[in-house]
Design a protein around this ligand. Structure first.
Ligand SMILES: NC(=O)c1ccc[n+]([C@@H]2O[C@H](COP(=O)([O-])OP(=O)(O)OC[C@H]3O[C@@H](n4cnc5c(N)ncnc54)[C@H](O)[C@@H]3O)[C@@H](O)[C@H]2O)c1
Length: 335
């Protein structure tokens, strides 16, 4: 079992990665918790035993479940059960469940502890770690949320065996970005080791910059276009697939702005292709809509377009990117 730590201001929480990590739940529960509200989905064919009184709270499958209505339903159900602020919420699922359960915990009784037990590859390398919680609005993804650090994160690689192949590939899309954040040789590692290497990178970055004032924004590499594609919504793209398209796009935009050369773009393409992920805009993509949605990205604070881009000093947040350059780069990756 890999035992990592995230430093969160005054405290530190553990991230355990390996087969059977979910069986360590009792050990990492907050001291004094008498009840565990297990937030999960019917589609997840695994159980988790908190070792204290527990009840399952099932949320619907899919990105639509990450909404304010579900937060209301969950917190009302917690209240009817009598969950107190001393108790614990357990998010047992992929990124949809952990984002939603984390946000419900953040606002229930003005803050109830949460333990994230991640069951998807994407969640284990990214979503479950770092305390970003939230839900979507019709206007965009993850627009309402809170930084709410978990008491612990368990990444049980055993449960990945039942992931549908497409979800597994999506996790690889999120994993691909770590190659540009300095995690080398991922493809040669056994799965447990690869997950642990990515989780360690995420743990290190968020420990340094919990509230995304600096380096943490780099974890969003490829995500500006990815979120716009997901919000535009009509393309049947999963998050990891959208990130893969976003990585190739970001590389080409960086080249257009004179920040990287052809060889570096080819390196991006090789990494994405090795995971068998998409690299072109879905047919019929509406560039004007994508531009508008990218302008609403949370990284954009200056009213212009903001991207994480590769360059001579590695990845950086670049503000005020020329709209024309972005529009032309979108055409470059049109299928
Ligand atoms: N908070 C963060 O820092 C952060 C980071 C990255 C992504 N995210 C969010 O994560 C979400 C995507 O997460 P995801 O890719 O895990 O998708 P997901 O949570 O929708 O899970 C994918 C599908 O797999 C099923 N599933 C989950 N575990 C399973 C298992 N072990 N066996 C069989 N089926 C299983 C789910 O029920 C679902 O149908 C997005 O909403 C994204 O915004 C958050």
């Amino acid at each position: 079992m890999h035992e990592l730590k995230v430093h969160d201001g005054a405290s530190t929480y553990p991230v355990l990665v390996g087969p059977g990590a979910r069986h360590r739940l009792l050990e990492v529960l907050p001291v004094g918790a008498r009840r565990a509200a297990i937030v999960t989905q019917d589609e997840i064919p695994w159980e988790v035993d908190a070792g204290i009184e527990q009840r399952r709270f099932v949320v619907p499958d899919g990105e639509d479940a990450k909404c304010l209505e579900q937060v209301e339903e969950l917190t009302r159900a917690f209240s009817r059960w009598g969950l107190t602020r001393r108790d614990v919420v357990v998010g047992f699922g992929g990124g949809v469940v952990t984002d939603l359960a984390g946000f419900a915990a953040a606002v229930y009784h003005r803050g109830t502890q949460v333990v994230q037990v991640s069951t998807t590859l994407l969640g284990q390398v990214d979503a479950a770690i770092g305390g970003k919680t939230g839900v979507n609005l019709p206007e965009g993804k993850n627009l309402v949320g809170a930084f709410w650090s978990p008491a612990a994160v368990l990444c049980d690689t055993e449960v990945l065996a039942s992931l549908p192949p497409r979800e597994y590939r999506c996790g690889l899309g999120e994993m691909a970005k770590y190659a540009f954040l300095g995690v080398d040789g991922l493809r040669d590692l056994p799965l447990d080791e690869a997950v642990a290497a990515c989780a360690a990178c995420k743990a290190e970055v968020v420990s340094e910059d919990l509230r995304e004032d600096g380096r943490r924004a780099l974890l969003n590499y490829g995500h500006t276009l990815a979120h716009a594609l997901e919000t535009a919504g009509r393309y049947d793209l999963r998050h990891g697939e959208a990130v893969a398209i976003g990585l190739g796009f970001a590389a080409r935009l960086a080249r257009r702005l004179g920040r990287i050369d052809d060889e570096r773009v080819a390196e991006h393409d090789r990494i994405v292709a090795a995971y068998d992920l998409p690299d072109r805009l879905p047919p019929g993509s509406d560039a004007a809509l994508l531009l508008q949605l990218m302008g609403r990205d949370k990284k954009a604070t200056t009213g212009g377009l903001t991207f994480v881009l590769d360059g001579p000093r590695g990845l950086e947040v670049v503000d005020g990117v020329d709209r024309e350059a972005v529009a032309e780069t979108l055409e470059e990756i049109r299928s």
